[in-house]
Design a protein. Structure first.
Length: 184
C-alpha cells in the first residue's frame, strides 16, 4: 500500500513556494495540474519543519501541512514564489481551493497567537481548525467573510469592472465586494 505523501504549503512573505519543474508545463495546463508534484519542502528550509502545522485535511494529493515563514529571502533555482492571484490563473479550481484554505489558515494562526479576551498565548487545537486559551477557555475559529458577487448580463454580453490596482495587468472581473455586518 502506497503511503499518502505530505503536501507542504510553504508560505514565505505571503507567497506560496512552488517547485519549478517547468512551471508552465507542470501546471500551465489545468488538466495536467498536480499539487503533489509542486508542493515540497526544500532541504534548505528543513530547519522550519518543526513549525509545520497540520491543516487537518487531506486530499487525493496527500496530507496537507502548513509552514508559514516570515521575513526571510529565499532564492533557489528549483523553486519560485507565487502570489494567490498568480496561482488563480494557473491552478484548477479544486487545487486553488486547497491553496486558498491553507492561506486562510496561515492568516488565522498569525492573527490569533494571543487571546482577544485576556491576552494570554493561545494554543492550537489539534483535532480542528481552532485556537484555544487555557486561561479563560476562549476558543476562536477562522473567520468566514461573506461577500457578494454579481454578474450583470444582457444576452451574451456581461459587464466587467477593473479596479485601479488591476489596470497595469489587464485583470477584469464581475462586480464584487464584501458584505458589512450592518448591510441587509
Amino acid at each position: 500500500m502506497k503511503k499518502n505523501p505530505r503536501l507542504y504549503f510553504v508560505f514565505i512573505n505571503q507567497k506560496l513556494l512552488i517547485k519549478e519543474l517547468n512551471i508552465q508545463q507542470t501546471i500551465g495546463s489545468r488538466s495536467d495540474s498536480k499539487l503533489s508534484s509542486i508542493l515540497h519542502l526544500p532541504h534548505e528550509l528543513a530547519e522550519y519543519q518543526d513549525q509545520q502545522q497540520s491543516l487537518v485535511m487531506s486530499s487525493q494529493y496527500g496530507q496537507h501541512w502548513l509552514i508559514d515563514i516570515h521575513h526571510i529571502d529565499f532564492v533557489h533555482e528549483s523553486y519560485a514564489l507565487f502570489s494567490l492571484r498568480e496561482l488563480l490563473a494557473i491552478l484548477s479550481p479544486e487545487e486553488f481551493q486547497h491553496v486558498a484554505q491553507a492561506w486562510q489558515y496561515a492568516l488565522f494562526l498569525r492573527t490569533h497567537r494571543y487571546c482577544g479576551r485576556c491576552g494570554e498565548t493561545m494554543r492550537k487545537v489539534i483535532w480542528e481548525m481552532a485556537m484555544h486559551c487555557d486561561k479563560c477557555s476562549h476558543r476562536v475559529y477562522p473567520r468566514v467573510s461573506p461577500c457578494v458577487i454579481v454578474a450583470i448580463h444582457n444576452g451574451k454580453q456581461i459587464l466587467l469592472a477593473q479596479g485601479a490596482r488591476q489596470i497595469t495587468n489587464g485583470f477584469y472581473s464581475t462586480l464584487a465586494g464584501f458584505v458589512e455586518s450592518v448591510d441587509t
